[in-house]
Design a protein around this ligand. Structure first.
Ligand code: ADP
Ligand code: MG
Length: 824
């Protein structure tokens, strides 16, 4: 391959020599040169076969050259030069493209053996990058406005605006080799051009050739005067676009054009792997590439994240500036498939850069917590013993193990920060109660926070059964509690009279003061903002309370290391004995009656059922009506012999409480509800879960909902009803996963893959995990590497005393999001 290229190269330079000689200095040598025609024809006849496609053209220009007028000679020579140069151009690129791609570029070969810079220099760099985009040549106020709409305000924003795809424009493709459907760059001479009529529409066309074939370029929208000039016959032009077929002919509709002499554009647009950006209204692709190019050239090297070079070298990543540069304008030798898939070394390096700082932040926070003074609890607790005796079941081994882990933490002076994970129904609540009892037994107060009122109430009543017997005073604090009652509770908390308070985010209210807060329990954490963790701890006066976070949605390891990266992890990986896996079945709308029929059979045996409806409309009123109407319909038409109750989020606390109470006491058989019962609700006698419009829910959410049944040793069922989905649609396949498995971790992983972290975690969290390039799911292995390196660095230098720039950069990136100010 190389040899052939070389011989073409050689041949081109041979034939260019005489042509360049006669054409230089405005053809000064041409009049006195003799024998050019013969020499050219000789050379052309000896050309390597690879260039057969232009041979004919070259011959045409050469034959009879000697007899032509001087003007004609000049013209022919100029044409030959153009033709050869275009060939030369694509040849050069081809050669680079074919040369081997090194796997791990050693960034020192990129000519940037960066020196350590001073903090002062770094700060100056930051100032420069903070400048508005208008500082850049080519960006005036109107373009700046358009960029601002895309969130691009500063030079740094611009540099971080990364391509969403890449286009292979390394080679100019001979027209004869074009295939339908291919996106290609071609170069040819315009044979004819003009307007014509196509199905009553006026179009502009141009036919071009490069000697290997013919191609028509077509426009439906055009400015005739401009197009006629641009596409005058005889001119040579580059055209870029998707090749399509029209009858027997190949054509490109609305190609991008670049004029032959437009070196500025050519140098960016052709002969490269060209970046493709998400479109910006009012800024053409080409113009945007030009802007980015000059941004990179002028400011790219001010990107400095200061991750120690030895770390990058060890892991085979390149520095930030190199990564960003190459992401925008990769070298022709790069592997375009890796680039397109976002898996190039530059993508990976950027991910590493982002993860490194995240993990550095988490590591520092973890380190800080470890240094704080917390409470040393005595974990030998009478209350716990009593409680366990009263339980109607024996704890599972997993529960026992996790309780030991918690006790261990509580006995230490360092505050506990533990995440308790486990699939729905594995029995996390009991574990939480036991930890609460330890704290109470030590004379401390406990705050238990839940994401919904229903859940708060349920835990409250559950716990109170036992608490009353043991002389523990409990309180429920939710938004729906009347003000006078609330004041009473505030008082009880500030005096220390109330031992155990359970509630929603009402617990955060400023008025709430807790005298001797020893333990904070947060249930279903992923629904809270991460920062709220810190807020509740701030309620503590003096000593730092222990924190136990429980989550029902199993968190894929990827996320566990990011959002919860500063926490210790406990996992309950065992279900209480005798539990039967829930049988899940998928029904189409048209045979959903079969599902309801089955449900009726089960109800007849004395069990209960949930029917869940999604929120459909934006307006709550409409939804409530939907729930109410459907409930009434079910009562009248389907479940005539049973009692149907309705529950939704807009009911008053009192109403909700009453309905749940009735359902628990089996005064209601079928509970028709919105997703308010999604988390935590625990009515073991309910063994059927029917989910309407299952296709509208996320996998994890469905798994949660399903978790409301299967809470005893009776066989439970979940019937998913899907509307208007075909069996080969992704939605259908998603639902199949639920039918196949009850494994919450597997479901969570799938869900995360399908929806990405932002959606998976819900809107509250999505801002927290916003990266500019990294993807925590895809780049998990990189996350692990970043974590290792970041933690190692912190171990070596816990306060980053020798890494001032790194620390500064860390603050810039994460201070807001992680409340790092407490570290510094
Ligand atoms: P989750 O982990 O989803 O919060 P819960 O704590 O609500 O689970 O427990 C689910 C159900 O299992 C509850 O009815 C609870 O009383 C019961 N349970 C908890 N632990 C056990 C156990 N070891 N054996 C039997 N049932 C248990
Ligand atoms: Mg729970």
């Amino acid at each position: 391959m190389k040899d052939i290229n070389n011989s073409i190269q050689e041949w081109i330079s041979k034939i260019l020599r005489p042509l360049e000689f006669v054409s230089k200095n405005n053809f000064a040598n041409l009049p006195k040169t003799k024998g050019l025609e013969k020499a050219l024809i000789n050379l052309i006849n000896n050309a390597p076969s690879d260039i057969n496609h232009i041979k004919e053209k070259l011959l045409e220009f050469s034959l009879g050259l000697e007899e032509s007028s001087l003007e004609e000679k000049k013209e022919r020579i100029a044409k030959m030069l153009k033709l050869l140069k275009s060939l030369n151009f694509s040849q050069e690129k081809k050669e680079v493209a074919n040369s081997e791609v090194s796997e791990k570029p050693d960034f020192f070969t990129w000519g940037i053996s960066r020196k350590e810079i001073s903090l002062e220099t770094y700060l100056r760099y930051k100032e420069i990058l903070k400048q508005p985009v208008q500082f850049l040549k080519g960006i005036g106020p109107s373009i700046a406005k358009k960029l601002a709409k895309k969130g691009i305000h500063t030079l740094e924003d611009l540099l971080y605006f990364l391509p969403k795809d890449y286009e292979d424009r390394r080679k100019v493709i001979p027209i004869g080799d074009l295939r339908e459907g291919q996106r290609a760059v071609v170069f040819g001479e315009i044979l004819k051009s003009g307007t014509s009529q196509l199905y009553k529409r006026k179009i502009f066309y141009a036919q071009i050739t490069d000697g290997t074939g013919f191609l028509t370029l077509k426009w439906f929208n055009f400015n005739e005067r401009v197009w006629r000039k641009l596409l005058a016959p005889g001119k040579n032009i580059f055209a870029i676009g998707e090749v399509s077929r029209f009858g027997k002919e190949l054509e490109i509709i609305h190609p991008e054009l670049i004029e032959e002499g437009d070196e500025d554009k050519l140098s960016v647009e052709i002969g490269h792997i060209v970046p493709v950006y998400s479109s910006i209204e009012g800024v053409s692709e080409k113009y945007f590439r030009k802007i980015i190019k000059s941004a990179i050239e002028e400011y790219g090297d001010y990107l400095e994240s200061s991750i120690p070079l030895e770390i990058l070298k060890r892991r085979g990543f390149v520095p930030l500036n190199v990564a960003i540069k190459n992401l925008h304008f990769p070298e022709p030798k790069e592997d375009i498939l890796l680039l397109k898939r976002g898996e190039s070394i530059y993508h990976k390096s950027l991910s590493f850069d982002e993860f490194f700082f995240l993990e550095l932040a988490l590591g520092l926070r973890k380190g800080r917590i470890k240094k704080e003074r917390g409470i040393k609890f005595n974990t030998e607790s009478k209350l716990v013993e009593e409680f366990i005796k009263k339980l109607p079941f024996e704890l599972t081994d997993a529960q026992k193990r996790v309780i030991e882990e918690i006790k261990n933490d509580m006995a230490k002076e360092v505050p506990m920060n533990r995440l308790l994970q486990g699939d729905v129904g594995c029995g996390k609540t009991v574990v939480a109660f036991i930890s609460a009892l330890i704290a109470i037994d030590n004379g401390y107060q406990v705050a238990f926070m839940t994401p919904t009122e229903i859940l708060a109430e349920q835990h409250y009543y559950n716990f109170r059964q036992y608490a009353q017997l043991m002389g523990i005073s409990t309180a429920l604090l939710t938004g729906g509690i009347p003000p006078t009652k609330k004041r009473e509770i505030y008082h009880g908390l500030s005096t220390g009279y109330i031992n155990f308070v359970i509630g929603t985010h009402a617990l955060f209210q400023e008025k709430v003061e807790i005298k001797k807060l020893g333990l904070v329990i947060i249930d279903e954490q992923h629904r809270f903002g991460v920062l709220q963790r810190a807020a509740l701890r701030e309620k503590a006066k003096g000593l730092i309370p222990d924190t136990l976070i429980m989550t029902a949605t199993p968190i894929p390891r990827t996320l566990a290391l990011t959002i919860y990266g500063d926490l210790d992890l406990s996992i309950i990986d065992e279900m209480p004995k005798g539990r039967k896996p829930i049988i899940t079945e998928l029904y189409h709308e048209y045979n959903k009656n079969r599902a309801y029929q089955k449900a009726k059979e089960i109800l007849k045996e004395g069990h209960q059922a949930y029917v869940i409806l999604p929120l459909i409309e934006e307006s709550e009123k409409v939804d409530l009506k939907a729930v109410t109407t459907y409930g009434e319909f079910l009562q009248k038409e389907i479940f005539k012999d049973f009692k149907v109750g309705i529950l939704h989020g807009k009911m008053s606390s009192y109403e909700k409480e009453k309905i749940m109470h009735d359902f628990k006491r089996k005064e209601i058989d079928v509970l028709v509800s919105t997703t308010v019962v999604e988390v935590g609700v625990d009515v073991p006698n309910a063994t059927v879960m029917i989910i309407e419009h299952a296709e509208r829910f996320g996998l994890s959410q469905l798994h949660q909902l399903r978790g409301r049944v299967g809470r005893s040793d009776v066989q439970s069922y979940c019937f998913l009803i899907a509307y208007k989905i075909s069996t080969d649609s992704p939605a259908y396949q998603r639902l199949q996963i639920l039918c196949e498995t009850n494994d919450g971790f597997r479901i969570a992983e799938e869900d995360l893959k399908l929806r990405g972290p932002g959606e998976f975690l819900g809107t509250k969290q999505s801002g927290y995990l916003e990266f500019r390039g990294a993807d925590i799911v895809k780049d998990y292995p990189i996350l692990l590497q970043a974590r290792e390196e970041a933690f190692k660095l912190i171990e070596k230098d816990p306060e980053l005393k020798n890494y001032l720039i790194l620390k500064e950069e860390l603050m810039r990136r994460w201070e807001e999001r992680l409340k790092l100010s407490e570290i510094a």
